[in-house]
Design a protein around this ligand. Sequence first.
Ligand SMILES: [Zn+2]
Ligand SMILES: [Zn+2]
Length: 112
Amino acid sequence: MTCPTCRRPIPDDKLACPGCTEDRSRAALTAYQMAPLRKVAAGEGDLTLRLIDAGKHIQMFGADRTFCNLNIPPKSERKRLAYVPEDLAKVCSLCRHHLNRAMEAACPNSAP
Ligand SMILES: [Zn+2]
Ligand SMILES: [Zn+2]
């Protein structure tokens, strides 16, 4: 069977196109970030920092996933991260990039 959306073949053992399912869940997860990010921008909430393989990444809200799309091992250390330039400067640049884009979408003109 071929996916009607992206025209890629769907494996016989799958009911839905894996690529499109992944895209949809990522889009839903991105949309889910908007409300908590507005709180962070308003100073009413913090971001969550996760230490993974000596790297510092920002956890997405409501998922065991970082903004740079890494799966978060359950035992990785967790810290609070304030939305201020000094603290953001210490984290993974890809996380920062995706966080900034999500933040622009959540609330324009909120850059710290
Ligand atoms: Zn597809
Ligand atoms: Zn990262």
